[in-house]
Design a protein. Structure first.
Length: 290
């Protein structure tokens, strides 16, 4: 496959890969981390001359293994976490194959064994066949079919259980920093925002570009300053604090995208803006904090 065609394939597949990885990880934000890892692995393999007979299946196998690696790493890290921390996961809505509407949280989906979760997501969310599931998960077709049936049955059992949306636990300092950032956007005071940046700040305009350094990131704020259709609020996605961004020209009841900030003391060290990846909100719950 030529480089141009391969790059086009990656761009077209990114939303589907995110839908899978976000549900496997239980987080739209962590799902994007996994997808970025998938793309790096895919580009490296392609550059080394890997034979790709079935590009879609090949990419999903990489995504599946990357998700498993992420889950193993997180499981090791979560050993010392409290139950309250583990509960802070978001809530999507998933259509069951029999057309019943089942409301399941990411936290509920994570209660399924990995193969069952994989099978349900690939079949009922992304429309893959049992044979394709078996190929991606590297198991037999009967095992994939059994996992799918068991996963569906277990989700129906879990769907009736109460699952409240979790609110992120923010210190006064963290809430104050995020509120100040959002207020600057509301007031159009982007010079104040620039003063909040670390010198080595990194910008990830998801699915579009990545930049590092205050000078290189500067035009990002200029473009927001020139736009007149955005509104902003303090919110949460996946139980994590974010800036929610609404489009005045679109449905105002739901955000169009969101922005995640990483802080180093009182300076912004990282900005992850999902402007060009609105599909991230398809697989998560969100709420307004202010």
């Amino acid at each position: 496959m030529q480089d141009e065609a391969f790059n086009l394939l990656l761009a077209e597949m990114r939303p589907r890969l995110h839908r899978y990885c976000a549900r496997m990880a239980g987080s739209a934000i962590d799902g994007d981390d996994i997808v970025q890892n998938v793309l790096i692995k895919a580009i490296t393999a392609h550059a080394s001359g890997a034979v790709i007979d079935n590009p879609t299946g090949w990419l999903f196998r990489i995504a599946h293994n990357a998700a498993l690696d992420f889950l193993r790493k997180r499981n090791r890290q979560e050993v010392a976490q409290s139950d309250d921390e583990l509960d802070m996961v978001a809530t999507p809505v998933m259509d069951a194959p029999d057309h019943d509407v089942i409301v399941v949280s990411f936290r509920t989906l994570l209660q399924l064994p990995v193969l069952q979760r994989c099978a349900v997501i690939l079949k009922d969310v992304l429309g893959h066949s049992v044979e394709e599931i078996a190929d991606i998960a590297e198991c037999s077709a009967p095992a994939a079919k059994s996992a799918l049936q068991r996963g569906r049955a277990r989700l129906k059992e879990l769907a009736s259980e109460t699952d409240d949306v979790r609110v992120p636990l923010l210190s006064d300092a963290d809430r104050g920093r995020l509120s100040t950032y959002v207020d600057c956007f509301r007031q159009g005071d982007f010079d104040a925002v620039r003063r909040m940046l670390a010198d080595d700040v990194e910008l990830d305009l998801v699915a579009k570009l990545r930049l590092k350094g205050k000078d290189r990131v500067d035009p990002y704020f200029t473009r927001y300053a020139q736009a007149t259709n955005w509104q902003f609020s303090v919110g949460a996605v996946d139980g994590r604090p974010v800036m929610l961004v609404y489009d005045k020209n679109g449905p105002t009841l739901a955000p169009a995208h969101f922005v995640v900030l990483d802080w180093r003391a009182d300076r912004i060290a990282g900005i992850r803006d999902f402007l060009f990846a609105p599909y991230a909100l398809e697989a998560t719950d969100w709420l307004v904090l202010r």
